[in-house]
Design a protein around this ligand. Structure first.
Ligand code: ADP
Ligand code: MG
Length: 488
């Protein structure tokens, strides 16, 4: 139907004429050759349903103007007036373009758009990641600079809470290494507060707050490694364990400086404290109970992500225990500690040639019968030493107005700096134990502590009390005394 009306219109166009004659290109069913002559050259175009153009070329004779302007919904005609001017003439060329454009729109554009979006997203993602990295780094530095020291003034637990943020993976109790380093390099040393066997301890300040800096002598490098390792691999935050802040190794003038930065306790060690102070039975119990709490925390293995291996101290003594301002103690100096995990029965003795303090050595250490492959053995030597520390505290406790001078354990049977052999003779061969004054049985606390001490000093290590047992006994005693006080 469409085709028929097309040919009728075309025929009427072809039969029209004007005066001037032109040679034109002829292409279509009406042509008798490739050319024709007429008063105008024309081209007609019809857009077919499949979007193809059906094009016819030829010559007009009459009624040019009328035919040339003809345009129906299916056919359009154009004329031109020169020889073969219709040879390359088209009408729908501009109509064909949108088809191409549409093709481009459908195929290429989505791909281009997708690429642009992908690049945009990648860029945004990269920017956001950089920003969040910068933020978390700033948080770390900020944490190192401000929070940690503030926390040290408001108690260990707050510091512990803050540190928990950094220990969610259970990777350790310390700050990230970068922050440790930042902190360490901002510390100002003020005065030397203690000399251990292997180095010096300085009081220092960091952003106006007090910290303690233990500077290890290079010959005790292994102790620094051990303490740093234990503090960084183990969740040791506990109010009765010295609070660790940072560890740092610097190289100055071709020598290595090893620092360990911890909370500062102005009362110094229990040894220092007992030289200067006497205590009442209540304080005595508080000191002894807090040490055993710290020791239990060391000895116990905690399972889970926030867990810790069991740790034995191996150099427990009054010089390695610090007295906090609330008259609770915290255990320090983990340079000789050993770690044990039930998981695969893993025992980590470290690589430290240092040995414990002879005066505090248990009989099995002195006669070298200790089972060095068993972790229990090391805990049992801690228990022996704990008994000696409690004895030192008890001597400085006032009962009925009476008190002893400060003396170290075995002061009356060995020389000032006893040798291994001196100690062995007293403890293993003569099986001597520190003297218990009669007055101690007059007091509830001291008589309970005496009983505990004796059970720490059994020659047979496995007969000794465990730290956990002692903690429970002392807690019961504390509760009992608390109740009595209330009744009064
Ligand atoms: P070493 O491994 O050389 O024995 P310690 O850690 O035992 O070192 O410390 C030696 C002495 O320094 C302690 O006996 C104590 O007097 C003092 N000291 C150690 N740490 C602190 C601290 N955090 N605050 C105050 N005094 C400390
Ligand atoms: Mg020490």
């Amino acid at each position: 139907m469409l085709q028929i009306s097309f040919w009728i219109l075309l025929l009427s166009i072809v039969t029209s004429a004007t005066d001037t004659i032109y040679n034109c290109t002829c292409h279509g069913h009406h042509c008798s050759g490739d050319t024709c002559t007429g008063n105008a050259c024309f081209v007609t175009e019809q857009m077919l349903e499949n979007n193809e153009v059906f094009r016819v070329r030829g010559c007009f004779d009459n009624h040019i103007t009328e035919q040339c302007n003809s345009k129906t919904s299916f056919l359009e005609a154009r004329c031109c007036y020169s020889n073969f001017c219709n040879a390359d003439m088209t009408i729908y060329t501009i109509i064909e373009e949108p088809a191409l454009t549409r093709l481009l729109l459908v195929t290429v554009l989505p791909v281009v758009l997708f690429l642009i979006l992908a690049i945009l997203f990648t860029f945004l993602f990269w920017k956001l990641r950089r920003k969040s990295r910068k933020k978390s780094l700033a948080r770390l530095i900020d944490f190192g600079n401000v929070d940690i020291v503030n926390a040290s003034t408001v108690g260990d637990s707050t510091l512990g809470d803050l540190l928990d943020d950094y220990c969610t993976t259970g990777s350790g109790s310390g700050l990230p290494f970068l922050v440790q380093r930042t902190v360490a390099r901002q510390v100002t040393l003020v005065e030397c507060v203690g000399k251990g066997r292997y180095g010096e301890v300085w009081g220092g300040t960091w952003q106006g707050e007090n910290v303690a800096v233990k500077i290890f002598s290079s010959r005790d490098e292994q102790s620094w490694f051990r303490e740093t390792e234990i503090y960084n691999t183990v969740l040791l935050r506990h109010e009765n364990i010295l609070g660790f802040i940072a560890s740092d190794m610097t190289s100055r003038n071709s020598s290595t400086q090893l620092w360990l930065i911890t909370h500062y306790h102005e009362n110094g060690s229990l040894y220092d404290y007992l030289q200067r102070n006497t205590v009442n039975p209540e304080d005595c119990l508080q000191l002894a109970a807090s040490i055993i709490c710290g020791l239990v925390h060391l000895h116990v293995e905690i399972f889970g992500t926030q867990g810790k291996p069991a740790i034995a101290h191996r150099d427990l003594k009054s010089r390695n225990i610090l007295v906090k301002s609330n008259k609770q103690c915290c255990i320090a100096d983990l340079g000789l500690a050993v770690m044990h995990s039930q998981n695969g029965d893993y025992l980590d003795i470290g690589n430290n040639p240092r040995v414990g303090t002879k005066r505090y050595m248990a009989p099995e250490v002195l006669d070298e019968t200790i089972r060095t492959d068993s972790f229990e053995s090391y805990k049992q030597t801690d228990v022996w030493a704990y008994g000696l520390v409690v004895w030192e505290i008890c001597r400085r406790t006032i009962i009925n107005g009476m008190v002893e001078d400060y003396k170290p354990p075995f002061f009356d049977v060995v020389p000032h700096d006893p040798s291994f052999e001196d100690m062995k003779k007293v403890v293993c061969i003569d099986q001597q134990r520190p003297n218990i004054p009669n007055t101690w049985c007059l007091d509830k606390v001291l008589s309970a502590l005496t009983k505990i001490m004796r059970e720490c000093w059994y020659q047979n290590p496995s007969a000794r009390l465990t730290a956990l047992r002692m903690k429970k006994t002392l807690n019961n005693l504390k509760n009992l005394l608390g109740q009595r006080k209330q009744e009064w």
